[in-house]
Design a protein around this ligand. Structure first.
Ligand code: NZQ
Ligand code: ZN
Length: 386
């Protein structure tokens, strides 16, 4: 196991009715900006519950943060927050609202051009941020309990990530009942995203990190068992609760510590969203099976472990078991209703040369746990996804 340091200070308030408890987590005199997306929280009562919880606080609202949150939209919120001297942010929504709010939190006190938070170098990282909390309505990204955010800039076709300990949410409210209104596509996206987060930190090479492995296998098994139930019965509380906690645990640090990590599938996926406009998880469902196929040799030992422990595949020789595990992964995504080829999303062919150009421009030329996913390897993966 590698050395690691882990600091996961987000307080989790999990379960029915927990929105009511959030006011205690925000300083009494705070000026709070509530941020949200396109309006789902108005229709399902979550915004009313948040307003009721904040009735003793001075609060403002900023709506309209779009999926794959856009830099220009977020800068409007930064201006509003500066004007109103906001000193606490409350993100209410999915990963896009949480990520967008992390950017707003870092940009408010940032002295230079805020674009440098995303595109700048190490010396330009944020040195502070306005504190924030999250009310999560879409289990998927783990953003509610991690320090990362992914921001898009449609104007330039970029989708870039940043990480900062300053934007780690102070608390996260996870009420599974808020997820009942998710459209099937978003429910499925969440399950696939959490699955791939786990795989990116688990399916690399063995370093004898036994607990992290078993945690990863437990998360994957939970998603495989509970995910399909959500499509059949959207108001199955226990299934919603299990998926919600699994998605948070998939990317709050515990699975990945002390282990090599991959993330090549995500980096290709971000470029696909920026160029083709597919949902984040849709891109992962397309790339992951092709990536595993391409990387079956360096990932051999872990693929065999995954085949046996996650999919119960014990028959046949090693090559057959690996092939069957990759196929089982693809079948699971398809069973969740997320097509695993571009054609399934109505795109006859990916624009491979442009995707490769963007990867190069973003410095994504040596990806994966061995840093040997070169642009040539990425090209082969993308060519296998049509
Ligand atoms: O905008 P509203 O009206 O709220 O509707 C949203 C949105 O249209 C809807 N939705 C959310 N909760 C709902 C609901 N509809 C009905 N009922 C509810 N309870 O779902 C749609 C998608 O929301 P979004 O937040 O975009 O989805 P998701 O949570 O999948 O987030 C995706 C974003 O997160 C980034 C992705 O790149 C993408 O930009 N990621 C962030 C990560 C992180 N911070 O660690 C890691 C991930 O790998 C990922 O890259
Ligand atoms: Zn993801």
């Amino acid at each position: 196991m590698f050395n690691f340091s882990l600091h996961a200070p987000t307080k989790v308030l999990f379960g029915k009715g927990q929105i009511a408890a959030l006011a205690k987590e925000i300083p009494a005199g705070a000026r709070v900006l509530v941020t949200y997306g396109g309006g789902s929280i108005k229709r399902n009562g979550v915004l009313d519950a948040v307003r009721a919880a904040l009735k003793e606080h001075t609060s403002f609202e900023f709506g309209g943060i779009e999926p794959n949150p856009d830099y220009a939209t977020l800068m409007q919120a930064v201006h509003l927050a500066r004007e109103q001297q906001v000193d606490f942010l409350l993100a209410v929504g999915g990963g896009s609202v949480a990520d967008g709010t992390k950017f707003i939190a870092a940009a408010i006190p940032y002295a230079a051009d805020p674009w440098l938070i995303l595109a700048g170098n190490r010396t330009q990282r944020p040195t502070g941020a306005v504190p924030m909390g999250v009310v999560l309505t879409l289990p998927a990204t783990g953003s509610e309990m991690n320090s990362g955010a992914v921001i898009s800039r449609r104007e330039t076709g970029d989708k870039l990530a940043f990480q900062s300990p300053h934007v780690m949410p102070r608390f996260a409210v996870l009420d599974p009942e808020t997820t009942y209104t998710l459209p099937p596509r978003q429910t499925a996206n969440g399950v696939v995203d959490a699955f791939v987060h786990t795989v990116e930190q688990y399916l690399t090479y063995p370093v004898n990190a036994k607990l992290q492995d078993r945690l990863a296998e437990g998360i994957l098994a939970t998603l495989i068992e509970e995910g399909p139930k959500l499509l059949a019965a959207p108001e199955d509380y226990d299934a919603r609760a299990n998926v919600m906690w699994a998605a948070t645990m998939a990317l709050n640090g515990y699975v990945g510590v002390g282990q090599p990590q991959d993330w090549a599938t995500h980096m290709l996926g971000h470029e696909i969203t920026a160029l083709h406009g597919l949902d984040h998880a849709q891109t992962l469902a397309i790339v992951l099976p092709a990536m595993l196929q391409e990387r079956r040799s360096p990932k051999r030992d872990k693929l065999l472990q995954y085949a046996e422990r996650v999919w119960g595949l014990r028959d046949g020789d090693e090559e057959q078991r690996i092939t069957a595990a990759i196929q089982a992964t693809r079948d699971f995504f398809e069973r969740m209703g997320v097509p695993t080829r571009f054609s399934g999303h109505g795109i006859s062919e990916p624009r491979v040369p442009e995707l490769i150009q963007k990867l190069e421009a973003h410095g994504m030329t040596a990806l994966g746990e061995h840093r040997d996913v070169t642009l040539d390897v990425s090209r082969r993966v993308l060519e296998a996804t049509a």
